[in-house]
Ligand binder design. Sequence first.
Ligand SMILES: [Zn+2]
Length: 65
Amino acid sequence: MPEAPEPAGQRCDFCGAVVPTVRRVALDQDYDRLVKPHRELYACAPCSERKERSRLGLGPDRTPR
Ligand SMILES: [Zn+2]
């Protein structure tokens, strides 16, 4: 397994996975207390969806009912 010093892609700020494409996630609400406002992080697809769900108040792994 070759070790790539420079991964071709961007790193997800949530799970740390390197993926070819990431989404920019603007932190808001609760995160404002932890980090600087209007800070943007990069999230992979799964993390982005998870973030979107929790943002909508559906919860990370709770099915909307
Ligand atoms: Zn991720």
